[in-house]
Design a binder for this molecule. Structure first.
Ligand SMILES: [Zn+2]
Length: 325
C-alpha cells in the first residue's frame, strides 16, 4: 500500500509541475497563427492556447541546429536559437518554425526521402544526415512552398507536378533567339541593361586553366530580385535574394559540376513561360520562379580568397539573347 501511495504522489507531483500553459514569445506569434491557419486549410483544428505550448528564444547555441523541440508529459517546448532567428529572414523563419511545430505539435519525426530528381520530399528532413545530404538545399521557395507546407500536415500527399517536370534544351530554336551581347575569350563578364528584357537566354561555356580554391558566380538580377549560381570547392548553389529572402539557397549541393582542370562546363539560363530554367552541359537541372521584373544586370566572374580576381576562369563564350515566341 505504501508503495502505491508513493507512486500516486509522484504522479500528482509530475502533473502539477507540467500543467498546460501557453507561453509564446510575441515575436513567434505571427508564425504560430500562420501555422494554425495552414493546419485549418489541411483539415486540422489546432488550438494551441488550449493545448498549450512554450516557444522561447535561447542564447545557448545548439550544435548545428537553429531550433529544437522538447516534449514530455503535457509539455511541449520549442527553443529557437537567438542568433539564427535574429539573423534570419522571412522564409527561413517560417520554415524553421513550421519544422519545430511539426515535431512538437504534429508529432512528426524526420522524413529523409527524395524525389527521383534528388529534391527533398519534406521540410521535415533532418538528422541523421550524411555530409552530402546536410549540404543539399531544400527548395522552400516560390511555387514549391505550398507543397512543403501541405506535406507537413499530410505526408501521404501525391508528388507535386514539379517533382517530375523536365525541359529540353532544344525546345527553343535559334530563330527564337535575338542576340543582344556576345563576348568570347574573356576572364569575367559584366553587363548592365537599360532596355526592357522580358524572356531571355543567358549562355556561357567556360573552364578553369588550373583548379584553385575559388568562388565562381553567375549573377543575374532585376530591380526586384537577384539570382546567383555559386560554384566552388565541389559545391554549387542557386541563391535567391529578394524582398523576403536574403541569400536563400533554393537548390544545389555537392558534385553537380565537374570543375577538374580544363573540363569545360556550359551553363544556360532561360526565362520563359513564367519560369526560370537552368541547364548545365545542356542537361536540364532545375526550374524555379521567373526572375521578377526586367533583366538589369548580368555578371560572371571568379574570385580567390580575399576577393582577389581569379584570372583562371577561362570564358570561351558568353552570350545573352532575347527570346521571342
Ligand atoms: Zn527536426
Amino acid at each position: 500500500m505504501k508503495y502505491i501511495i508513493t507512486i500516486l504522489t509522484l504522479v500528482l507531483i509530475g502533473i502539477s509541475c507540467t500543467e498546460i500553459e501557453y507561453n509564446v514569445d510575441p515575436i513567434f506569434e505571427p508564425y504560430v497563427e500562420d501555422f494554425t491557419e495552414e493546419a485549418r486549410k489541411n483539415g486540422l483544428d489546432i488550438d494551441l492556447r488550449e493545448e498549450g505550448i512554450t516557444i522561447e528564444l535561447s542564447d545557448v547555441a545548439q550544435v548545428d541546429v537553429s531550433g529544437r523541440c522538447f516534449t514530455g508529459l503535457n509539455q511541449r517546448r520549442i527553443v529557437i536559437n537567438k542568433a539564427a532567428w535574429l539573423g534570419g529572414f522571412e522564409d527561413f523563419k517560417r520554415r524553421l518554425m513550421f519544422h519545430e511545430l511539426g515535431h512538437c505539435v504534429l508529432g512528426r519525426g524526420h522524413r529523409n526521402e527524395k524525389f527521383s530528381n534528388g529534391i527533398w520530399k519534406s521540410s521535415m528532413h533532418g538528422s541523421p544526415l550524411t555530409e552530402e545530404e546536410l549540404r543539399t538545399a531544400i527548395p522552400y521557395y516560390g511555387f514549391r512552398k505550398a507543397y512543403y507546407d501541405a506535406e507537413l500536415f499530410d505526408e501521404t500527399i501525391p508528388d507535386p507536378d514539379w517533382a517530375n517536370a523536365t525541359f529540353d534544351i532544344n525546345e527553343v530554336d535559334e530563330q527564337q533567339k535575338e542576340m543582344i551581347v556576345e563576348e568570347q575569350e574573356i576572364n569575367r563578364f559584366s553587363k548592365v541593361f537599360s532596355q526592357d528584357i522580358e524572356d531571355y537566354e543567358i549562355h556561357t561555356s567556360f573552364f578553369f586553366e588550373h583548379e584553385l580554391p575559388n568562388l565562381t558566380a553567375l549573377l543575374w538580377e532585376s530591380d526586384m530580385a537577384k539570382y546567383q549560381l555559386r560554384m566552388g570547392n565541389g559545391l554549387y548553389y542557386l541563391v535567391v535574394s529578394d524582398d523576403e529572402n536574403t541569400e536563400w539557397s533554393i537548390f544545389g549541393g555537392i558534385n553537380a559540376v565537374n570543375f577538374s582542370n580544363a573540363s569545360k562546363v556550359s551553363l544556360t539560363i532561360r526565362r520563359q513561360d513564367d519560369l526560370e530554367k537552368l541547364f548545365i552541359n545542356d542537361k536540364f537541372i532545375f526550374h524555379f520562379d521567373a526572375l521578377p521584373g526586367s533583366l538589369k544586370t548580368v555578371r560572371f566572374d571568379s574570385t580567390l580568397g580575399n576577393n582577389r580576381f581569379n584570372e583562371n576562369l577561362h570564358i570561351e563564350e558568353f552570350s545573352i539573347s532575347r527570346l521571342t515566341r
